[in-house]
Write a protein that binds this ligand. Structure first.
Ligand SMILES: [Zn+2]
Length: 291
């Protein structure tokens, strides 16, 4: 056996010995191995070598340093702590980069008033099983009147998925179209992001100006996501059946892609905005003494 190999092994042993925690209470057991004075487990052990091995003669009675139980636990705890810090930092970065409107940050299951329990349950189930949804490339499309809470539900899922340390982009078409109109570099950046985030959420599809340019851009966005095979969530006040029966080819090719990727959820009910306005009106009438 080459001496250089032994030198490397000897140096490694020496380094491990130097790095090891030692305490005054450490002692040697009957076999001559160093024991930890705190947890009373070995800090050294003999290695088994085949008698024909070149290592046998040199290392047969040589104690190799190992981690005692308490030292190993301490290292594991520190690793866990470091991992938690890194995950927390990653989640914060995903939230900062992925949630483009501060209002979306408030859309969490913790803030759900549960007025539509079946939909809340469905959304929670989707978010809780996101790994599976991601693997299958399954998305959702929330259809319904303005103000029924579609964006809230989509936001709840987006925030829950970010909390699982997964990248999300929650945005709207006008914002994406504007960015796609910047430099080629910016355009590539945006298309790349559309493609790589674990979950893309597009809020309020169907309220854009329907110029041939914007339709072309919307197709580019949807098609990029489609080709990534990853989940897409959309909120829209378009009617699902209208999307299905659309005949105009410029819209049809967009809708066809979306309907292939997204499972429909109809969000029915009174507009929450009306309800809020009504409550404000009641308060003001009362407050101003007009009621
Ligand atoms: Zn110990």
């Amino acid at each position: 056996m080459n001496n250089a190999v032994f030198n490397v092994i000897d140096n490694t042993i020496m380094q491990a010995r130097n790095n090891a925690d030692s305490c005054e209470e450490d002692y040697r057991n009957a076999d001559g191995l160093l024991m930890c004075g705190k947890c009373h487990t070995p800090k050294e052990r003999f290695l088994e070598f085949n008698k024909t091995s070149a290592f046998y003669e040199r290392y047969k009675n040589h104690p190799f340093p190992v981690l005692c139980k308490c030292r190993k636990e301490k290292i594991d705890t520190e690793k866990e702590k470091q991992k938690r810090i890194e995950t927390e930092m990653l989640i914060n970065r995903f939230r900062k980069e992925g949630i483009t409107d501060d209002n979306y940050l408030k859309y969490t299951f913790a803030h759900d008033d549960n007025k539509n329990p079946a939909i809340s349950r469905a959304c929670k189930k989707y978010a809780d099983n996101f790994s599976d949804m991601y693997r299958r490339g399954l998305g959702l499309i929330f259809c319904g009147q303005v103000g029924t809470g579609k964006t809230f539900y989509a936001g709840c899922i987006a925030n829950a998925v970010i909390s699982q340390a997964r990248s999300v982009l929650m945005t709207n078409i006008p914002s994406l179209i504007t960015k796609l109109g910047y430099s080629q570099e910016e355009k590539n950046y945006v298309l790349n992001k559309i493609s790589y985030v674990s979950l893309l959420v597009i809020d309020d599809l169907g309220v854009e100006r329907d110029t041939p340019y914007s339709l072309e851009k919307i197709y580019e966005i949807i098609d990029t996501r489609y080709r990534s095979g990853k989940p897409l969530i959309i909120t829209t006040n378009l009617k699902y059946k209208d999307m299905k029966t659309e005949e105009n080819i410029s819209y049809k090719r967009i809708y066809d892609r979306i309907l292939q990727m997204c499972h429909p959820i109809a969000v029915l009910g009174e507009s929450r905005r009306n309800e809020k306005a009504l409550k404000s009106a009641e308060f003001m009438n009362d407050f101003l003494g007009l009621s």
